[in-house]
Design a protein around this ligand. Structure first.
Ligand code: TRP
Length: 329
């Protein structure tokens, strides 16, 4: 059985961009792959080190999202990153295999540094997170990493690290492949839905919250009256209809002809979106009332994760000649 590893930063509840970009796919893939899902708390701290309570509180939130969306703990293992000492160890060793210049060329890191406005106070830990993400993946020797498009440079770097390690020390690591999911635009028309851009619909949002957000979504600024011809291609409401509304081609046609009002169009989308997420949201509420179970899932995940990653770390250390059992017993 091949192995999947993927993960999320626990900086807030997951949104529908996470759901369609990766989570939905993980739920399908857990049937055929040995699946590990990593709650990347240490990575979240790289740009939230002054906000530990946020990361702490979102461990449970993200776990609720996973379980409500259909991650089955009998098939998939949820692991908390900071509870895996093997990841920290491997990060240290992998740092030797990556140049500062190489991280500097990573387009996602470059973009994030700009977006977060770090300037001269860029934390070393943040700059190093692609290396620790490689450790996340290689600590479980994952074959496949389902991620959003922006994470592809991380997987590329992970492959390079695996290749260099194997060449220098001997074959220990698998070179993983990325499996890229779709991307959902934000409510404001930004190409990325993101918590920090404040343009996201969360999986856990209520029907009312969802409606409010859709009613204020970016539509077509050129359209003053209902019978003006619309421009569905730049409209977020139409973008989401394409996901949630069977027969959305007819909506597009009607809009182009100027025969469709935006309010009606939004209401229809709200009904479909809320219908889609209703069972997931219901399950999330039920799980929220059974936190004993949720915590148990996390405890079991930690044990299993430590077992698997610890064994791989041992092999890496033996290859690197820092195991010392040969001389010390
Ligand atoms: N960097 C990823 C994100 O921001 C989260 C992540 C951490 C991850 N470790 C991972 C994704 C390992 C895939 C594999 O979405």
């Amino acid at each position: 059985m091949k192995t999947i590893l993927t993960g999320d930063r626990p900086t807030g509840p997951l949104h529908i961009g996470h759901y369609f970009g990766s989570l939905k796919e993980r739920v399908a893939l857990q049937e055929q792959y040995r699946t590990f899902i990593l709650i990347a708390d240490a990575q979240a701290l790289t740009d939230n080190f002054e906000n530990p309570q946020k990361v702490h509180d979102n461990i449970i939130e993200v776990t609720l999202d996973y379980l409500a969306a259909g991650i089955d703990p009998e098939k998939a293992t949820i692991v908390i990153q900071s509870k895996m000492p093997a990841i920290a160890d491997l990060t240290i060793f992998f740092m030797n295999l990556v140049t500062v210049a190489r991280v500097g060329r990573n387009p996602t890191v470059k973009e994030e540094i700009k977006q977060k406005g770090f300037g001269e106070s860029l934390p070393f830990g943040f700059y190093a997170y692609p290396v620790s993400q490689a450790a996340d993946i290689l600590a479980f020797n994952a074959d496949l990493v389902p991620v959003g498009e922006d994470q592809v440079p991380m997987i590329e770097m992970t492959r390079e690290i695996a290749r260099d390690f194997n060449r220098i020390y001997g074959p220990v690591f698998v070179e993983p492949e990325a499996k890229v999911g779709g991307r959902i635009k934000g409510l404001d028309g930004n190409s990325k839905m993101s918590k920090s851009l404040n343009n996201a619909i969360d999986i856990k949002d209520s029907a009312e919250e969802t409606a409010k957000k859709i009613m204020s979504a970016y539509t077509d600024p050129t359209r003053a009256r209902k019978d003006d011809p619309g421009h569905p291609d730049g409209c977020m409401v139409y973008a989401y209809h394409q996901i949630f509304t069977p027969g959305h081609a007819a909506i597009k046609e009607e809009c182009l002809k100027g025969g469709r009002g935006c309010v009606v169009c939004k209401k229809e989308l709200i009904a479909n979106m809320n219908g889609y997420f209703a069972p997931i949201r219901q399950k999330r509420i039920e799980l929220g009332n059974d936190l004993g179970y949720v915590k148990d899932v996390l405890r079991k995940g930690i044990i299993k994760g430590q077992e698997v990653s610890g064994e791989i770390l041992d092999r890496a250390k033996i290859a690197m000649k820092i195991d010392y059992r040969d001389i010390l017993g």
